[in-house]
Design a protein around this ligand. Structure first.
Ligand code: SF4
Length: 311
């Protein structure tokens, strides 16, 4: 089958490997400050789902700092400015316009990637994104996580799927690329539910430009961590494998995640580029599954399975 990886697509476009610089816009999240909800999504840690973003500072300073972090991997001169943490279209639009315009106009930035919620894409924000997209490509990354509204409520996502659908349509009509995030292993979800979310995004018209898939990671300090502790309180001394039958919060093994991932990738249309197949939560906060901590080993295992089973 024809799977397209973002690293290959970027290499074709720019003739070199293009790395992301994790930056901070200084925005918060309406699902944490009481506007939409309090406490946020149950899996979201205090870093707002982006533990590696730079500390708030003038963007030029953040970019230089972020470049030093990726220097070990590249001596490239062009990057993606990635505003990942929290909700990066939430707040004063003029401030955001100034920040993003300054960023996108830089010679070392080739793509502006903005992570946000679909309920934070009002008309003024859409105008700003369309303006920026006329300068250089803009990707909007939407954290759908699941297409199942019951699960969404359970993890306190704070909006129904219809809100995503409306935002998705408006973004695509405005010619803006959309990358959809899905999390596998959310509480109460079966394998069929997770694959149904993939089928749902695969069936969008037009299909998403990109997808980020990741396994649910239980991080310290989150509501999910409390749920995890309650769920497994009586099994403190048991191995993760022996916890597999717990009904509410199922912690997948690496092999199980590999099986699911391969089946999920089979469902994607060729137009949808794969940006990520595993999460990158901070090790210091990771409670489960522990095998996620060895990212290199996980990626090697998953890519081997994909190569063997999908090509
Ligand atoms: S919308 Fe994003 S930043 Fe806000 S609580 Fe949920 S995961 Fe965290």
């Amino acid at each position: 089958m024809k799977l397209r990886w973002i690293s290959d697509v970027l290499k074709e476009m720019y003739g070199e490997k293009i790395y992301r610089l994790a930056l901070s816009s200084g925005c918060s999240c309406p699902n944490r400050d009481g506007t939409v909800g309090v406490g946020g999504c149950t899996f979201c840690s205090e870093g707002g789902s982006g533990e590696f973003a730079a500390e708030p500072a003038p963007v030029a300073e953040q970019i230089e700092r972020a470049k030093t972090l990726v220097r070990a991997k590249t001596d490239g001169k062009r990057f993606i400015a990635y505003f990942q943490s929290f909700t990066n279209t939430y707040g004063d639009v003029e401030r955001l316009r100034k920040l993003y315009t300054e960023t996108i106009l830089r010679d070392d930035i080739v793509i502006l990637s903005i992570g946000t919620r679909p309920d934070c894409l009002g008309d003024e924000v859409m105008e700003m994104l369309a303006e920026l997209n006329r300068i250089k490509p803009v990707w909007v990354e939407l954290g759908l996580q699941t297409a199942n509204d019951a699960t969404a409520q359970r993890v306190n996502r704070g909006y129904p799927r219809s809100v995503f659908e409306d935002a998705y349509r408006r973004l695509r009509e405005a010619g803006i690329s959309v990358v959809v995030h899905l999390i596998f292993g959310l509480p109460g979800e079966s394998r069929e539910d997770m694959l149904a979310s993939v089928s749902y995004i695969a069936g969008l018209t037009p299909p998403p430009d990109g997808v980020k898939l990741q396994l649910l990671q239980v991080l310290a300090g989150t509501k999910l961590a409390e749920e995890y502790r309650e769920c497994f309180a009586r099994e403190d001394n048991a191995s993760e494998d022996s916890r597999d039958n717990a009904p509410a919060l199922h912690i997948m093994s690496l092999q199980e995640y590999g099986d699911l991932l391969v089946d999920a990738l089979r469902l994607l249309p060729p137009e949808t580029v794969v940006h990520r197949i595993t999460g990158d939560g901070p090790k210091r906060l990771l409670l489960a599954p522990k095998w996620c901590a060895d990212k290199k080993k996980v990626l090697n295992y998953l890519t081997k399975r994909i190569r063997e089973e999908l090509f």
